[in-house]
Design a protein around this ligand. Structure first.
Ligand SMILES: *Cc1c(COP(=O)(O)O)cnc(C)c1O
Length: 378
């Protein structure tokens, strides 16, 4: 029997319970060693993540927003330079652009994948454009072939915001497979607890295959320091705690299982919801696997908010990621630039609904959720 309190948007406690012994001993080990900053676990986790992702270098840092900021700082942009972002994303992507005095240039997203619409990018390119930041929203990669081609043609950097897509695999037009974040010049991710690879606090990382960029990013994350007390750049202080690295090193071993569990839950939702009128289940990209950071429906006919309320009354959590287009955020009205219409972004903000999605979700919980959706929309 499913009761009101049993369904969670994410279930970090249930996930922890299954690997408690391993996690507890990894954490205890850090505490006993006293190496809280830059302990051996940080290096070990970075190396293991490099191997998992197939990248040349992982630079750990304090959170995903810092990763994006460090990436921007590493590219040598000037104030007033423009960076193209999707208008439908989490704020952090554009925030760091504004923070550094660059201009976030917002374009619309694809109605099927919700990722940056590659047909809208070129119209947004000006002599001031320096970079594109595709966001692999909800767990599947943007069309990186097209983005890399446009970037190559216009000599732009590509920073992948892969905070929601760690573990996803992109297959390029030559059939080569690469990890999400390993296709562009720099990949940025977050280990926020609810992300697909989450720690027990804040954490983040950058990845790159470019040794020159990698060396600079590493310095910027550490006060611009090239060797102890020698500072080549203005940097920031952004470290991944040893305890968080130890936890992540344990959880990395399970990341593929976690991705599978999410995909299984997504497939179950797909099947159960496929014939419900007014509901559109997530559309898969042909180029990328989907790791379902979120399972996000489009609810047609203006019924989204009513459905959300109804679910809440039944004890079922759901979330709107994201309710407001970036360009409508007060913080961005003065500094941002919009190119083209944002019709899809506006429509999605008014109609998307993310259902409970996590590694511990079971089919009886999903039946309960799906039945409630059907009841409301019948
Ligand atoms: C979570 C997230 C971030 C920021 O990560 P933090 O670790 O919370 O700073 C950036 N971009 C996207 C798309 C995210 O989902």
């Amino acid at each position: 029997m499913i009761t009101q309190t049993t369904i969670h948007m994410v279930d970090l406690k249930g996930q922890y319970a299954k690997i408690k012994d391993q996690i507890d001993s990894a954490v205890l080990n850090c505490i006993e060693s006293g190496a809280f900053i830059n302990g051996p676990e940080v290096k070990r986790f970075s190396k293991n993540l490099e191997q998992y992702l197939g990248v040349n270098q992982v630079i750990p840092c304090a959170n995903g927003t810092d990763a994006l900021q460090i990436a921007m700082m590493g590219l040598g942009l000037e104030p007033g330079d423009e960076v193209i972002v999707p208008a439908f994303t989490y704020v952090a992507t554009a925030e760091v652009i504004g923070l550094l005095g660059y201009v976030p240039v917002m374009v619309d997203v694809d109605p099927e994948t919700f990722n940056i619409d590659i047909t809208k990018i070129e119209a947004a390119i000006t002599p001031k454009t320096r970079a594109i930041v595709p966001v692999h929203l909800f767990g599947q990669c943007a069309d990186m072939d097209a983005i890399m081609e446009i970037a190559g043609k216009h000599n732009l950097y590509v920073i992948e915001d892969t905070a929601q897509a760690i573990g996803a695999i992109y297959t390029n037009k030559n059939g080569e497979k690469k990890a999400a974040g390993a296709v562009g010049h720099i990949g940025c991710t977050s280990f926020f607890p609810s992300k697909n690879l989450g720690c027990f606090g804040d954490g983040g990382a950058l990845y790159t295959n470019d040794v020159t960029i990698g060396a600079k990013l590493q310095m910027i994350a550490n006060h611009g320091q090239s060797q102890k007390y020698v500072h080549k750049y203005i940097g920031i202080n952004s470290r991944l705690d040893t305890i968080q690295a130890a936890i992540l090193d344990v959880k990395l071993q399970y990341l593929n299982d976690y991705c599978d569990a999410r995909r299984t839950a997504a497939a179950y939702y797909d099947q159960a919801l496929k014939d419900v009128p007014g509901v559109r289940t997530p559309i898969r990209s042909s180029q990328s696997t989907h790791v379902f950071h979120q399972y996000t429906l489009v609810i047609e006919n203006g019924k989204r908010d009513g459905l959300k309320q109804y679910l809440q009354e039944k004890g079922i959590p759901s979330m709107v990621y994201y309710p407001i287009p970036l360009n409508e955020q007060e913080a961005f009205i003065k500094i941002g630039k919009v190119v083209g219409t944002l019709d899809v972004t506006y429509k999605l903000c008014a109609s998307v609904l993310s259902l409970p999605m996590h590694t511990e979700l079971n089919s009886s919980e999903q039946d309960f959720i799906v039945n409630a959706i059907k009841e409301y929309l019948k």
